[in-house]
Write a protein that binds this ligand. Structure first.
Ligand code: TYM
Length: 331
């Protein structure tokens, strides 16, 4: 049975992009009975978030949201990165076989410096730490969104290079898994949905807030009687990602875009109608998760025991991996 690992940075509220790109895959893999490890990438968040109160709150929030979305601690190990400190030692060992130019070409670093923002050493070596997360538990498959592909490729390269350099089969080479029909989910401004762009949709927002957010999705100004191209519309693209391209509701929505006179009542079909359909879909899709989250927030004790058990299972694997890696290097 393949082993699965993935994680999310605690740098703010999880959003529909995280869900469609990554978290839904965790749920599917969990349901298929795989051995799943899902963690909170708290060390990674430190490359950009320097506010202890905000980080602490965000870490907790991610765990609560994981559970609310349906990750089940009886089947999936859920843990915090800082509770498996072996990954930082492993990152050092991997860093010592990583050529400097490999990191210079990584988009996380290049994008930030291209915008004139200051990059710290943590951000520069971020992909090595990510490789350590994956290799520490000897994960076979890493389910992620499309923006993480380069990170998984470099993980394979680092694993291979370490094995070759020290002439030992210490690491398994992981593969990646993208969500079916994976495109990067756009945010309300049409750019990639991202915490750092402030364009996200929070599936747990109160209904009124959610409605305001969805109604503010940017569209062109075609009127209700004009035929529209669904594939070029952010509202439709989000709808399709969440409901699935083959879902009858998606097919119906696309046909209304193309032929607005089909709208019941014959009053045409505009972006406002599409946005209301998306609101209804989000509320329907996350109804159980929203309810579970309210219950979890009322019982914070649950979270601690989940994290303790999760860290124990990840840590025992990480300790074995680090011991093998130390041995191979001569330490
Ligand atoms: P992060 O926190 O940026 O995102 C978490 C997951 O959500 C996916 N994602 C998206 N998918 C589709 N459309 C979007 N707009 C969108 N935005 C985010 C991401 O692809 C990701 O799968 N480096 C990682 C965290 C990490 C990690 C790891 C992941 C650290 N160590 C080991 C896997 C394995 C990150 O910053 O994800």
């Amino acid at each position: 049975m393949p082993r699965i690992l993935s994680g999310v940075q605690p740098t703010g509220q999880l959003h529909l992009g995280n869900y469609c790109g990554a978290i839904r895959q965790f749920l599917d893999l969990q349901a298929e009975g795989h051995q799943v490890f899902v963690f909170v990438a708290s060390y990674h968040a430190l490359t950009s978030l320097h506010d202890a109160v905000a980080l602490r709150a965000s870490i907790r929030q991610v765990v609560v949201d994981y559970l609310a979305f349906g990750l089940d601690p009886a089947r999936t190990a859920i843990y915090l990165q800082q509770d498996v400190p072996e990954v930082t030692e492993l990152a050092w060992l991997l860093g010592c076989v990583c050529p400097f130019p490999w990191m210079e070409k990584m988009t996380t670093y290049k994008d930030k410096t291209a915008k004139g923002l200051e990059a710290n050493i943590g951000l520069f070596t971020y992909p090595i730490l990510q490789a350590a997360d994956i290799l520490a538990v000897q994960s076979d498959i890493v389910p992620v969104g499309r923006d993480q592909v380069q990170h998984i490729e470099i993980t394979r390269d680092l694993a291979q290079r370490f094995n070759r350099e020290f002439n030992a089969e210490v690491f398994r080479l992981p593969g990646l898994r993208l969500a079916p029909h994976a495109e990067l989910l756009p945010g309300i401004d049409g750019e990639k949905m991202s915490k750092s762009y402030g364009n996200t949709i929070d599936p747990f927002a109160p209904e009124k807030e959610l409605k305001t957010r969805i109604m503010s999705i940017k569209t062109d100004s075609k009127g209700v009687d004009v035929a529209k191209d669904p594939d070029n519309c952010t509202v439709y693209r989000i709808f399709r990602a969440l409901a699935g391209p083959g879902d009858p509701r998606t097919v119906e929505l696309a046909s209304r875009y193309r032929d607005p006179s089909r709208q019941p009542g014959g009053k045409g079909f505009g972006y406002g109608h599409a946005k209301l359909a998306l609101l209804e879909l989000v509320l329907d899709h996350f109804a159980a998760a929203r309810k579970r989250r309210a219950e979890l927030l009322a019982d914070p004790g649950q979270v601690e025991s989940v994290l303790k058990a999760g860290a124990q299972s990840a840590r025992s694997l990480a300790q074995a991996t680090v011991a093998a890696a130390r041995q191979a290097t001569g330490l």
